[in-house]
Design a protein around this ligand. Structure first.
Ligand code: G6P
Ligand code: ZN
Length: 583
């Protein structure tokens, strides 16, 4: 047993350590400055207070991006010095964000211990590597991100910090081999437990889904499957779950070996960045694929996002959550007793609202950010939720869950095809979506992203849109001058939310223009970028007439897009003639 001492290191505050939507995200070159990470970690320990730190069991892992391995050693030594009792690390420091949430909620250590919190090392869907992003966020005992009360305190502490504690004499831990190492510090024992990254997460997923039914689907010669982890951490879990447990062919996995720089790619599962999957699924404009798989999906760097595709077919995330909710009770054992409620973020299309109405489910519209769902789930008010930003999940954990979404879709496919895997035609992803639209109507939907634009220009654009809202008549006059075939705006505001559980109010959550025919334009500034500003424009139009639900969405939305761009003076404020990404 090795001994360590506690060393107090003098430090001074860094500017800008305010955690955003999902923790602190900065360029690696910022994080590697001496004391930078240490200040934030100490500020977190101080915000949690001795009660929650001394004797605690903390999970420390992430998506494996560049600087993660160094960060894990630093955090482990600081945890030891601050009186933490155990640090749990996924093998090689790899745990997807949903797997961390599952581990915090479900794992029991060999000595009966349970986790009390987690440091997740990720910048999610942002690129990685020495010149790209690193990130860190703290999750609480319920497996969900720290609430604003704590993150504000962390930030306050970063502005006044004078010293941090770090263990001296504690060796670097070998995170490549599973097992427990024990050490002795001034406050007693300190254990580092390196464990298999997938076992606990898998156990939870197995208690939710009918694995044998999914296995039957995957092994049917009629079905074919493809999963692209974009070199993020989901690849580790995917191999174990889809190949080893469910019998998918190993060749179904694309980019499933985690890389510190995600292979130089942008690990965001959308039609622009998941290029290889998009080509394989027959959706590339420049490459024709003779026989795409029946089902394809991608994950982001930390495995909480998902994109679902059918053969030559894109499922919008807004439709995806609505379709999962509509089929969950029949297709997924965990929900067989019924849904407690469903929820979506404000910019997500209203497809879920229609399902909730039909099925008489409790429904919530929350601001962007998974934490708002967490409150509803903790209060037993919500079972399934989703966001347009490729996030889908349920109350099995307190993060969105990319692999859960894939298993949900495979469950629906297995259920719809339970009698025709032998004879008969396969009900495809496209069939499922079209049948859904035929019942509930279709929400044409698109999102335009203007990434890394000048921050002042973005602010001015938003201010201009808010100012316009003071006269709806004026807005309608402007719109009629742009396109006479677009309906009238009936309401315009900035979205505000009062949390039904804790009563907290969140203001300025996006600018909305609501039209008479149910169409919507929403403008928001991204909370997850690390440079400049990113403007997001969300465009939606509802079509109930079943003869009109088969159009190309960009074509169907063209009039609204034109109105949105001209009304907002997008080009004038951003100097951009086209968005960076369209989804
Ligand atoms: C993270 C959060 C999501 C949220 C998304 C918004 O992924 O976990 O809940 O929807 O950020 O990102 P944005 O860049 O639009 O602020
Ligand atoms: Zn993510």
């Amino acid at each position: 047993m090795a001994n360590f001492k506690v060393s107090r290191v003098e430090t001074t505050p860094f500017e800008g350590q305010k955690p955003g939507t999902s923790g602190l995200r900065k360029k690696v070159k910022v994080f590697i400055q001496p004391h930078y990470l240490q200040n934030f970690v100490q500020a977190t320990f101080n915000a949690l207070g001795a009660d929650r730190v001394e004797g605690a069991t903390l999970v420390v892992s992430g998506d494996g991006r560049y600087y993660s391995k160094d960060a894990i050693q630093i955090i482990t030594k600081m945890a030891a010095a601050n009186g933490v009792r155990r640090v749990w690390i996924g093998q090689n420091g790899l745990l997807s964000t949903p797997a961390v949430s599952a581990v915090v909620r479900e794992r029991v250590g060999a000595d009966g211990s349970k986790a009390t919190g987690a440091f997740i090392l990720t910048a999610s869907h942002n690129p990685g590597g020495p010149h790209e992003d690193f990130g860190i966020k703290y999750n609480m005992e319920n497996g969900g991100p720290a609430p604003e009360g704590i993150t504000n305190k962390i930030y306050e502490n970063t502005t006044t910090i004078k010293e941090y504690l770090i263990a001296e004499g504690l060796p670097d831990v070998d995170i490549s081999t599973t097992g427990v190492s024990s050490f002795e510090g001034p406050k007693g024992k300190f254990d580092v437990d390196v464990f298999d990254s997938t076992s606990d997460y898998l156990k939870l997923l197995k208690s939710i889904f009918d694995f044998p039914a999914i296995q039957k689907l995957l092994s049917s010669p009629k079905f074919s499957f493809c999963y692209d982890a974009l070199h993020g951490v989901a690849g580790v879990h995917a191999k174990r779950i889809f190949v080893e447990e469910l019998g998918a062919n190993e060749s179904s996995l694309v980019n499933c070996v985690p890389k510190e720089d995600f292979g130089g790619g942008h690990p965001d599962p959308n039609l622009t960045y998941a290029k290889e999957l998009v080509a394989r699924m027959g959706l590339s404009k420049t490459h024709s694929e003779p026989n795409p798989p029946e089902f394809g999906a991608a994950a982001d760097g930390d495995g909480d996002r998902n994109m679902v595709l059918g053969k030559r077919f894109f499922v919008t995330p807004s439709d995806s959550v609505a379709i999962i909710a509509a089929n969950a009770v029949q297709a997924i054992p965990y929900f067989s007793g019924g849904l407690k409620g469903v929820a979506r973020s404000m910019p997500t299309s209203a497809a879920l609202d229609i399902v909730a109405k039909h099925l008489k489910l409790k429904f919530f519209e929350v601001p962007t950010g998974w934490k708002f769902f967490g409150n509803l789930m903790d209060a037993g008010m919500c079972s399934i939720c989703g966001e347009e930003s490729f996030g889908t999940g349920s109350d099995h954990i307190r993060e969105k869950d990319g692999i859960w979404a894939v298993l949900a879709w495979l469950s629906i496919l297995a259920y719809k095809n339970k009698d025709n895997l032998g004879e008969g035609n396969l009900v495809s992803v496209e069939d499922i979506v079209c049948q859904h639209w035929a019942i509930y109507g279709r929400h044409y939907y698109t999102r335009y992203d203007y990434e890394n634009v000048n921050a002042d220009g973005a602010k001015d654009l938003m201010a201009h849109l808010v100012k316009l809202q003071s006269s709806i008549d004026e807005v309608n006059k402007l719109i009629k001058g742009i396109r006479s075939d677009v309906s009238n705006v009936v309401h315009a505001d900035e979205f505000e939310y009062k949390d039904p559980v804790d009563g907290s109010v969140s203001k300025h959550q996006g600018i909305r223009y609501l039209f008479e025919d149910g169409s919507r334009l929403v403008f928001r500034l991204s909370g997850t970028g690390s440079e400049g500003a990113t403007i997001r424009l969300y465009i939606e139009q509802y079509e109930k007439d079943s003869s009109k639900i088969g159009r190309d969405s960009q074509e169907a939305l063209a009039p609204l897009v034109e109105v949105a761009l001209k009304l907002s003076k997008m080009q004038e404020y951003t100097s951009r003639s086209a968005p960076t990404v369209i989804t």
